[in-house]
Design a protein around this ligand. Structure first.
Ligand code: 13P
Length: 363
């Protein structure tokens, strides 16, 4: 084995590390607004709107024109492909609007989950073909980071070894291609909350999946300082009858991360995974309040847990725009506080306590 074939120049490394640090600067996290056309359709249907280009554009405009002070809590926003090229009513490209406010733009680059034949319903994520060219184009068009979501399932015989190894490897291939093109890869091996497993089982599986992921990232020469991890929190399965306290969830999550994620990684940005908005905030707060060494920023990259109250308050009506933006600001601020362990729960918000669980969730 030879160390003489560096993958990145010192300048490339510096750029990637700087981007990653900016996204997870103190008190900041990520707004995941990269729902695919199909997933966005489900959200719009819930509030009685048809899934048209214009409705999706209007909704993203609502999110991105929230008061600019939201940048104190949001370091990055993840876009879906079509959003990269949409504009405000006044003709300002969304990418320019967001970047001019000091928020970095990310782009979902995977092409979705496909079955792994011969397994018990497990999958891998496709999208490597042409990825380098797509990354280069997105970088030119203003993106600075990317997301790729892999999915693993807990049941008595899953995740299988094949699924753990395959998903770790495809995440590593994606990460190295992103870095070659100046994009910070968000590495997302999501373990779904479906099932009735207990907290200990989720912790054990999370540790095995993360350990395999970091082995693959090392094998593929990924520059960890220029990456972010987007894991599930360690929680009991959605159908578990045992309830755990936020402190128990926090300790199980932090223990799994401390055992597996190298300190070179600048930030861990949790997905919300079907938790209610309040639970996602309270759990993030509990993780950050623990008195153990935490060598990375521990923050949020929420989709559902930042948008449920927004969608409810908006209800598809122009006159509710301000109320909907106020909900986004409220959740962003709360999660910013939780990322510092400073959130004092209030329990308010249009959908704050509602479960956002979706069985076998696709993005
Ligand atoms: P949720 O926060 O809704 O789980 O989604 C985050 C995400 O980006 C999943 O890929």
């Amino acid at each position: 084995m030879s160390p003489h074939f560096p993958a990145l120049t010192p300048d490339q490394k510096k750029e990637l590390a700087d981007i990653a640090q900016r996204i997870v600067a103190s008190g900041k996290g990520i707004l995941a607004a990269d729902e695919s056309v199909g997933t966005m359709g489900k959200r719009l249907t819930q509030i009685g709107l048809e899934n048209t280009d214009e409705h999706r554009r209007f909704y993203r405009q609502l999110l991105f024109t929230t008061d600019p002070s939201i940048k104190e809590h949001i370091g990055g926003i993840i876009f879906f492909h079509e959003t990269m090229y949409q504009k405000t009513d006044g003709g300002v490209p969304f990418v320019k609007l967001v970047k001019d406010n000091g928020i970095l733009v990310g782009i979902k680059v995977d092409k979705g989950v496909v079955p792994l034949a011969g397994t018990n319903g497990e999958g891998t994520t496709q999208g490597l073909d042409g990825l380098a060219e797509r990354c280069a184009q997105y970088k030119k068009d203003g993106a600075d980071f990317a997301k790729w979501r892999c999915v693993l399932k807990i049941s008595p015989n899953t995740p299988s070894r094949l699924s753990i190894i395959e998903n770790a490897n495809v995440l590593a291939r994606y990460a190295t291609i992103c870095q070659q093109n100046g994009l910070v890869p968000i590495v997302e091996p999501e373990i779904l909350p479906d099932g009735d497993h207990d907290l200990k089982t989720c912790q054990y599986i999370t540790e095995k999946v993360l350990a395999a992921t970091y082995k693959a990232l090392s094998d593929h020469h990924v520059y960890l300082e220029g990456t972010l991890l987007k894991p599930n929190m360690v929680t009991a399965g959605h159908a578990s009858t045992t309830k755990y306290t936020p402190e128990q969830v926090g300790m199980a999550t932090l223990t799994a991360l401390r055992r597996t994620v190298p300190p070179a990684v600048p930030g861990i940005t949790f997905l919300s995974g079907g938790q209610s908005e309040e639970d996602a905030s309270i759990h993030l707060n509990a993780i950050n309040k623990l008195h153990l060494i935490k060598p990375w920023a521990l923050t949020f990259s929420y989709g559902r847990a930042l948008q449920a109250s927004v969608l409810k308050a908006w209800g598809g009506k122009k006159e509710n725009l301000k109320a909907a933006q106020d909900e986004l600001m409220r959740r962003a601020k709360i999660n910013g506080q939780a990322s510092k362990g400073e959130y004092k729960p209030t329990g308010t918000g249009a959908a704050a306590g509602e479960s956002l669980f979706v069985a076998n969730h696709a993005y």
